[in-house]
Design a protein around this ligand. Structure first.
Ligand SMILES: [Zn+2]
Length: 368
């Protein structure tokens, strides 16, 4: 099994295409919220008033200038309206789709771009994106497993080789006499690389705007994943104020040296250290989110491996001793995928398909 990495969602900071201002406006203490309908403008204002103070509470040195929020019902056709948003930094104006699936996370993310002042801008573009992601997740913690998984999975580098292991095991030695205790299947899933090779120097040299303007989506997502990982580690060690202190201390007119950021993250230019950091960033929540995203592929593999009745037994009784799991042998971290609702549903579908399929030995033709 080989998985393309480009299948996962990403958010963009993009400035292209000029929409005209939506007609309805609601004033807030942070600035106006505009939308096509009064109801959408009011709903957007409600979220802005709820989230902006929380961004302010997290980050030092934000602007007091008003910002503007446009809640739109249409985006450029080539973007995914339910996942993307963008900020016109100079105008401090955020565009977000009314049906964005991660509305609070996305608005929190864009508020960072809209509110940070000059001193923050010494951060490399991928670090600004990583910062915005982390603030967005603080505002919407329920989205953390899916977003963290998507960011990590998008990283494509030799040091980020994700050899995901899928296993079907009969784990209990004293149960299931009709099933021998054995590993029924064991597969290492390779992930297909779609981005080009970026050196650390190249990755950290991009501004946020240059990053947003990269044409290749796998490259953009790869770079954002690198920034996410780095910021994850910096915040764990120094918090938002420590990250700000690094930005503020950068030489005037120059960006912050990426090596200093890496040092703060407990990393250096050695890919082995990044590899270790990358694999350990995959916690159980992220692995479960990845299993949910790959539910159909996992279900096909498991149904192919399982003895008759084996998966049914495992699903009916968690104590059956049969376990289907995915994880990383390098960290020893595995999760039980039959406990992931999306995988469970996909296995039931695959079993039903299998039960309804013609018998290949007898060569029975399907009913018309
Ligand atoms: Zn962004």
């Amino acid at each position: 099994m080989s998985l393309p990495r480009s299948v996962l969602p990403g958010l963009l900071l993009l400035a292209a295409g000029c929409a005209s201002a939506p007609p309805e406006a609601v004033a807030t203490e942070f600035g106006p919220v505009r939308a096509a309908t009064r109801a959408d403008a009011e709903a957007g204002a409600d979220r802005l008033v709820a989230l902006a103070p929380r961004v302010r509470a997290l980050l030092p040195e934000l602007t007091d200038e008003p910002i503007e929020l446009w809640v739109l019902d249409r985006f450029d056709a080539d973007r995914d309206p339910q996942r993307e948003a963008y900020t016109w930094v100079r105008q401090r104006r955020i565009h977000i789709h009314r049906e964005n699936l991660l509305f609070d996370f996305t608005l929190g993310h864009e508020l960072v771009h809209a509110l940070i002042e000059r001193s923050w801008r010494a951060l490399p573009g991928i670090v600004e994106e990583g910062l915005a992601d982390h603030v967005g997740l603080e505002l919407s913690p329920a989205d953390a497993p899916a977003v963290r998984m998507a960011r990590l999975f998008a990283v494509q580098s030799d040091w980020a080789r994700l050899d995901l292991r899928v296993q079907l095991v009969e784990a209990s030695p004293d149960r299931g006499a009709r099933l021998p205790r054995r590993v029924a299947g064991d597969l290492v899933v390779q992930v297909e690389e779609l981005a080009r090779d970026w050196t650390f120097e190249q990755a950290f040299a991009l501004s946020a705007l240059e990053l947003a303007r990269l044409d290749e989506r796998p490259d953009r997502l790869h770079l954002r994943g690198v920034g996410f990982l780095l910021v994850d580690r910096v915040l764990a060690r120094t918090g938002y104020r420590g990250l700000y202190a690094l930005a503020e201390g950068a030489p005037a007119g120059e960006g912050l040296d990426w090596r200093e950021l890496a040092r703060t993250a407990g990393l250096d230019a050695d890919p082995a250290a990044w590899r270790d950091a990358y694999l350990h960033a995959w916690g159980e929540d992220e692995l479960r989110a990845l299993a949910a995203r790959l539910a159909d592929e996992l279900a096909d593999v498991l149904v192919d491996w399982a003895a008759p009745g084996q998966l049914e037994e495992a699903m009916e009784s968690p104590r059956s001793g049969v376990r289907a799991r995915v994880g990383l042998s390098r960290t020893g971290r595995y999760v039980d995928v039959l406990a992931v609702p999306e995988v469970l549903a996909a296995v039931r579908r695959a079993l039903a398909r299998e039960a309804g399929s013609p018998d290949p030995v007898a060569g029975t033709a399907p009913a018309p």
